[in-house]
Structure formats: structure tokens, C-alpha cells
Design a binder for this molecule. Structure first.
Ligand code: ADP
Ligand code: ZN
Length: 761
């Protein structure tokens, strides 16, 4: 993996041109590059601006170090950059400007630099874009800022009021801790003027404190849960790798509820005991307060958090403290991989099969694979945890690249649910209803016993298609080749490609006849309507990402469901991810065939994972669970594998299939998408590329296409795609680079390259 060819070129501003530049890289390997640059000497500075080269600057007064974050003038602006090596000296010396200042943050470490270069080379992402990923913290160039915090003071107030008593009680309860004015007034239920009054009398102290404060230390020696024999032997095996300080990747496969989290928290503890930092990656949606509470229980303090819900101030603190080693554990979403760790010893990728680990915008990387790369550069351990691993990881474990540990039993009395198919060919169900009589009966039984049921349908909105019964017109998006989905809750139609919405039309946009628009097919909102009619006495909750204004609102709903207030949960794949609903004993899958219809390479794998995950929601506590799957094809091999629970059989069959067809992980793919407002221009370039496929053929590879992408128009841009398929060992990045090199693109035409594509739209 990775190439030493040098810097990716981005002089088109897009991703089309990747001319390698002759700039030396690899600090450790190249002894001719000094670590320190004297004042006035030439240094190369990489910026996050889309330029085609590392720029020459003069080292500032006092000199600068390799890897230093610096502020440099660029045209009329000042931007942030990193000292990347010696200057090239091929620029008019009279025009070379000086670095303005060296920022007061830890310099980029050589392994981080190597990591960015390797990810850039692997994913064919320009280095400027890689640096942007690594500096996603606002205000890095600002001087350290202060804020006022409040703590218990030595003084006695002249008189006590109820409000004053509450403030002092809160401060006493929390011992030596200090709080912001807002925190303290909220906790004490008083106005801030009460606190200010106490400050005047020295009963409360107001202290100027740096915003970027270190995180409270975590204590790995606090007692853990008492692990079962299988759990502790799993933990032991991973801890050995950590204490030996070597690289290794372990696939931790265990059914939902088997204690994978308990096991990897012990690996985190071992990492902390060794004085190194740990990172736990979770899909954004699984970053719940429930998880953070478990971390706090185990280690006595909160970890650093890094995800979309974290404030800008907190991000900046996290970035800086991680760099100083003053954050021992980061819990975050995929971009936490690019934080400037001082000494990273362990990366956990929980729910490693989750598709949200693949970034589908800008730098197209898979955080799971890049975590393995990062760890190998840091002598760190990786734990990939999942109940249903990706085929890639399963194969890597089979061939010995990864170790594998299986946790086969659920913790405590909980057992895997009993899984059965409901054959929809024999169920008696009218056309616009989706819950079969058998499933209705099963839900009724749960309602009578006061247990929860989950009805699962992986489709947001009310109905996937809105059709005019007069002329047959299906309402589509004006900007995309996609149908508009009715969201009755919001009283609008929405395009799931570009997010465009419009009001539900009364008259058909095509034939203008009124009152004939009809919903076709089910979405979760429609299913909720049916459930309300079937079970009027039940308390029903719908869990779908678009129904919640914020991640916090969603998390609150999940907590409410977990507490048992809901009788019936209706949800999309949002519910498949790791939530613990102890009273849930029945899962009904409305359309188990849904995922099998596409032509996607991973359709079978995804359906298998999703169905197993969803079924795993049932029966997490003492009560045994049941999963019922409505299907029109109960004898389909994937459905049979899901029901029989023969996981190894399923993976083996799937792996054999891919091996025969040379598909990943037994072969390599790269997706090329050309997009333009002008369909013909995009197609012409596609034809040109397919005719000039020499560099790809030279590696034994083949170019398929051009063909219209499955969604042929998004946001008004026509999309044409080519697929490169090459043998396993082929140098696909180098081949694609030289294939696309020197293309002259008109302004409005864009090319994006996706190495190891996950989806095919
Ligand atoms: P997974 O990550 O595999 O889904 P968890 O680690 O979340 O499993 O464990 C499921 C539940 O069982 C959690 O509530 C966890 O605290 C509990 N649990 C697991 N192992 C133990 C143990 N050894 N002792 C006590 N509780 C445990
Ligand atoms: Zn659209």
C-alpha cells in the first residue's frame, strides 16, 4: 500500500490531474533533510490550499522545525501550513516571503506525516486536501484564550439565601472542580447574579483558566466488570500485543451482547497503563451518552470526544490536547483518525462493517482500512469489533493477516433470538397493507405481556413513489434522476439524493388532473400509520433519521425507548446499531427481500449483516427474543443463511463467489465518475478514457464503461461512470494516475476517483 512517488498534484483544483512532483518525502528515510531550519533558510510549506506544490518560504526569526505548524502569507491572505521539508529553491529568490510565525502547537510527528502521505497516495487525494483533514480544528493560529471558571472560595457570605445555599452545596458536592457561570447556575438552579454576589464576598472564586485545558486523567486501575472466561482470554490476547508495543490487528467477532465492549475497554485500560493514547471509533449514530457513561464508569472520567456534535471550542481543545498527550482516550467518528496523536497505542473500530466508515465526499477513504494503516505506522494495535464483520475483514482473518477472536455466547441469560421466515406468498394481505396477520398476532402477544416489538423497514418517509392515477406520471426530482419520496410528517416530497423538497402537489405536474396523486409502496411513516390503526392502544415511536432535528433529540428518543415507555418501535437501519433495548423481545422485518434487489456487489453481504444486526436487537435481557422476517423468497440462499445462522457457511460461499469473479477482496476496483452539466461532454470524455486504457491494461486490468451512473443525474450534473477492475496485486493507483494524467478538462467537468468503492451510485 502507498507509493513513494511524491506529492499529488492538484493544479486543476479538482481531482483530475495527479502529476507527481519531485519533492523529497519520507523524513526518516531521507537523512539529507535537516530537522531544524535556521532563520532565513529555505523551507517547503504544505498548505491546505488547492495548489499544485509545496511552497518555498524563508524560516522565520528563531528558525523552525520540521513539522511545525506555521502561518504564511499567500497572496493577500495568511494561511496555515506545515513545514514539510527543505525548500526547492526553484523560485525567484526575490519573491520568496518569510513565514509569519510558528504556531504554539505540537509539531506534526513524522509518523503522522507519513500517514497523510500514504492515505493521499492510496486514495489519490491531493496532499492539500489531506492536510485539510488533519487541521479540522478552528482557531489553531489564535493565541491561547482564557475563560472564567468558578470554584469554592474561602470567604463566608454575609447572609445566606436558598439560592446561595444551593450554589455552595453544588460546589461542595463536586469537591475541587470548577464550572463555567452557565454550568454552575444551571446546576444550582439560580441566576448568574447570585453567583456574582458570592464572588464579591470571596465565597466563590472567579479564576481565569485556559480554554484548552487538559482532560481529567483516566484511571485504568478502577475495577472492571468481572469478565467471563471467554471475555478475559480475549482481552488478554489483545493486551499482550499492546504491552509488547507492536502492530497487530484483531477481528473481535461476537454476537450482539456478548461483551465486545467490555473486552475492548480492557484493551484501552492496558493501553493507558502503558502510557499510550487510545482511540475508539464508532459510527456517528452510536456515539451515545450510554456509551460515554460506560467509559466514565470504567475509568472515572470522561474521554475526549470528536464528532459532529462537539462545539468548535471543544474541538480546538481536543485537537491541541491530543497533540500534547493531554487526552488519553478519544471517542470519535471516523475523522478522529486524523487527530495529531502524540503516541497512539490502540485503535478500536466498533461496528467495523458499518458503511458509514467510508467517507463518500472529498477524500474517499475507508476509516477501517486507514485505521489499520495508521496503527502499522505507530506500532499500535487495532481491534475491529463486529457481530457481522465485513467480508474483507473475514477474509483477512482467514488468511492470517488479522488475528481473530470469537465470543460466541451472549453475556448472562440472554440468548440469540429464534429466527423464522413469514412466507408472504401464503399470507392474506390486501395491497396497501404491509404487516401480515402472522406478524400482527406476534405483536399482540407482546403487547399483552408488556414487552416491546420492533417493526423494521429500511425506508425513510411515507412512500417511495408518488404516482398520478390519471396519467401514470411518477413525481421525480428536477435536479436528479430520482423519484421524490413523500414525507407526510413534513407534508413534503423529498429527493433522497440532493435533499430538494417541494410541497405535495394537489394536481399532477404532468396532466394537471387534481386529486389523483397516490402513494405507492411503504416507508416507515406509512408503516406507523398502519400500526396505529392495528394497535390503537399501543404507544408507538418512529425512529428515522429525518424525523429528528438534532442528534441530541434522537438520542433522547432512544433513551426513552430503552427505558421501556414504548410498546412498538418502528425504525429504519438507525435502530440496527448497537442500542440496548432490554424489553424488546420481537423483531418483525417488513421486507427482508428489500436489500437483495439491487445489482450491488455487496447486496447479499449487506442484507445478511443488516438482518442479523436487527434480529440481534431482540432478547437482550432475560426474555428470549424472536425475529420474524417477511419474505417472498424464503428459499433464497441469503435468506436461508440468515435464518439458519450458518454464518461461516455464508461467508465461505460469498468469498468463493467473489474469488471466482475476481471481485474484492480477491481483485481490485476503482470507480471513476465524470460529471458535468452537459451530458454529451461527460460521455465524450468517458469514451476517450475507455479508448486510451493502455495504462490499465498494462497491469492486467480492464476498464468497463462508460455507462450512465445508476443515478445518472444529481444536482443537475450528469454522471457517467467507468469501472476499473484489476488483479489483486496490481498497482491500481499508479495506473489510474498515469491514465488520467494530462487530461485537459473544461471548467465545468469533474472527475472523481474512488479506490475500493463501497457503493455504486
Ligand atoms: P457487545 O459490545 O458485544 O454488544 P456489551 O459489552 O455491550 O456487548 O455487553 C452487553 C451487556 O452485558 C452490557 O450491558 C454489559 O455491561 C453486560 N456485560 C457484558 N459482559 C459482562 C460481564 N463480564 N459482567 C457484567 N456485565 C457484563
Ligand atoms: Zn434531487
Amino acid at each position: 500500500m502507498g507509493s513513494k512517488s511524491g506529492f499529488a498534484c492538484s493544479h486543476t483544483g479538482g481531482q483530475a490531474c495527479r502529476k507527481p512532483l519531485e519533492v523529497p518525502i519520507g523524513v526518516c528515510a531521507n537523512m539529507s533533510i535537516p530537522d531544524f531550519f535556521e532563520e532565513g533558510s529555505l523551507v517547503g510549506v504544505l498548505t491546505a490550499e488547492p495548489l499544485d506544490r509545496v511552497l518555498d518560504y524563508k524560516a522565520p526569526e528563531g528558525g523552525c522545525w520540521m513539522g511545525a505548524y506555521v502561518q504564511v502569507p499567500l497572496g493577500p491572505r495568511q494561511v496555515i501550513g506545515v513545514v514539510w521539508g527543505a525548500g526547492r529553491g526553484d523560485w525567484d529568490p526575490a519573491k520568496i516571503r518569510s513565514i509569519v510565525k510558528v504556531l504554539d502547537v505540537a509539531p506534526m510527528r513524522s509518523e503522522m506525516k507519513a500517514f497523510l502521505e500514504k492515505v493521499g497516495a492510496y486514495t489519490l487525494t491531493p496532499m492539500s486536501a489531506m492536510l485539510r483533514l488533519a487541521t479540522r480544528a478552528p482557531g489553531l493560529s489564535n493565541p491561547p484564550s482564557m475563560r472564567k471558571l468558578y470554584q469554592l472560595g474561602p470567604g463566608e457570605p454575609d447572609r445566606m439565601t436558598d439560592a446561595r445555599t444551593r450554589v455552595l452545596a453544588v460546589l461542595e458536592e463536586y469537591g475541587g472542580l470548577s464550572f463555567t457561570l452557565k454550568e454552575l447556575s444551571e446546576m444550582a438552579g439560580t441566576s448568574s447574579s447570585v453567583i456574582k454576589g458570592l464572588v464579591k464576598q470571596d465565597a466563590v472564586l472567579e479564576v481565569d483558566t485556559p480554554r484548552d485545558a487538559p482532560y481529567l486523567p483516566l484511571d485504568p486501575s478502577l475495577p472492571s466488570k468481572e469478565l467471563t472466561e471467554a471475555q478475559s482470554s480475549a482481552a488478554c490476547q489483545i493486551c499482550n500485543g499492546i504491552s509488547e508495543g507492536r502492530y497487530g490487528t484483531t477481528l473481535l467477532k461476537g454476537v450482539t451482547g456478548s461483551g465486545k465492549t467490555e473486552v475492548y475497554l480492557e484493551a484501552v485500560a492496558e493501553c493507558l497503563r502503558n502510557g499510550r493514547q487510545a482511540l475508539v471509533l464508532l459510527p456517528e449514530i452510536a456515539l451515545t451518552s450510554e456509551f460515554l457513561t460506560r467509559v466514565k464508569q470504567r475509568f472515572g472520567a470522561d474521554p475526549a470526544e470528536w464528532h459532529s456534535g462537539v462545539t468548535m471550542t471543544e474541538r480546538r481543545r481536543c485537537w491541541r490536547m491530543v497533540g500534547q498527550g493531554a487526552a488519553q482516550l478519544v471517542v470519535g467518528a471516523r475523522s478522529a483518525l486524523y487527530l495529531p496523536y502524540r503516541d497512539l497505542g490502540l485503535i478500536v473500530v466498533d461496528e467495523e462493517h458499518d458503511t458509514s466508515y467510508k467517507q463518500e465526499d472529498g477524500a474517499l477513504y475507508n476509516a477501517r482500512d486507514m485505521a489499520v494503516l495508521r496503527a502499522s505506522l505507530n506500532d499500535a494495535q487495532v481491534v475491529l469489533a463486529s457481530a457481522t464483520p465485513s467480508l474483507e475483514s473475514w477474509v483477512n482473518a482467514e488468511n492470517g493477516k488479522y488475528s481473530r477472536i470469537d465470543l460466541t455466547d451472549r453475556f448472562g441469560p440472554a440468548v440469540m433470538p429464534d429466527m423464522r421466515a413469514i412466507d408472504m406468498r401464503v399470507e392474506d394481505l390486501p395491497g396497501s397493507r404491509w404487516v401480515s396477520p402472522s406478524l400482527v398476532g406476534a405483536v399482540r402477544t407482546r403487547l399483552e405481556k408488556g414487552e416491546q416489538s420492533l417493526l423494521f423497514l429500511n425506508r425513510r418517509g411515507y412512500a417511495p413513489v408518488t404516482i398520478c392515477r390519471a396519467c401514470g406520471e411518477q413525481v421525480g426530482c428536477d435536479h436528479c434522476d430520482a423519484r421524490m419520496v413523500e414525507h407526510r410528517f413534513q407534508k413534503r416530497l423529498m429527493c433522497h439524493q440532493c435533499g430538494e423538497t417541494k410541497p405535495m402537489p394537489v394536481a399532477c405536474p404532468s396532466c394537471k388532473v387534481e386529486g389523483k396523486m397516490a402513494a405507492v409502496g411503504p416507508g416507515v411513516e406509512r408503516l406507523a400509520e398502519e400500526a396505529t390503526a392495528l394497535f390503537p392502544e399501543a404507544n408507538i415511536a418512529v425512529l428515522s433519521s429525518d424525523l429528528f432535528g438534532s442528534a441530541r433529540a434522537l438520542k433522547a428518543k432512544i433513551a426513552e425507548i430503552a427505558s421501556g415507555e414504548t410498546d412498538i418501535i418502528i425504525g429504519t437501519q438507525l435502530v440496527a446499531k448497537g442500542h440496548n433495548f432490554p424489553r424488546l423481545t420481537l423483531v418483525g422485518v417488513i421486507d427482508a427481500d428489500l436489500g437483495l434487489q439491487g445489482s450491488d456487489l455487496r447486496a447479499a453481504e449487506r442484507t445478511f449483516q443488516l438482518m442479523r444486526q436487527v434480529a440481534g436487537r431482540a432478547g437482550r435481557a432475560e426474555t428470549a427474543g424472536t425475529a420474524l422476517m417477511q419474505t417472498f423468497q424464503p428459499e433464497h440462499p441469503v435468506i436461508r443463511a440468515i435464518l439458519s445462522g450458518d454464518e461461516e457457511g455464508f461467508w465461505q460461499a460469498e468469498a468463493r463467489e467473489r474469488e471466482i469473479t475476481g471481485m474484492p477482496p480477491f481483485g481490485r476496483l476503482a470507480g471513476i465518475v465524470i460529471s458535468s452539466p452537459d451530458a454529451a461532454a461527460a460521455f465524450d470524455l468517458g469514451m476517450h478514457l475507455s479508448r486510451s486504457d493502455g495504462p490499465i491494461r498494462a497491469t492486467g486490468g480492464t476498464v468497463y464503461g462508460p455507462a450512465p451512473a445508476p443515478i445518472a443525474r444529481v444536482r443537475g450534473r450528469h454522471r457517467v461512470r467507468l469501472l476499473v477492475k484489476a488483479p489483486k496485486g496490481a498497482p491500481i493507483q499508479a495506473a489510474v494516475s498515469s491514465w488520467l494524467e494530462g487530461l485537459k478538462l473544461p471548467n465545468n467537468l469533474r472527475i472523481s476517483v474512488d479506490i475500493d468503492p463501497q457503493s455504486f451510485y
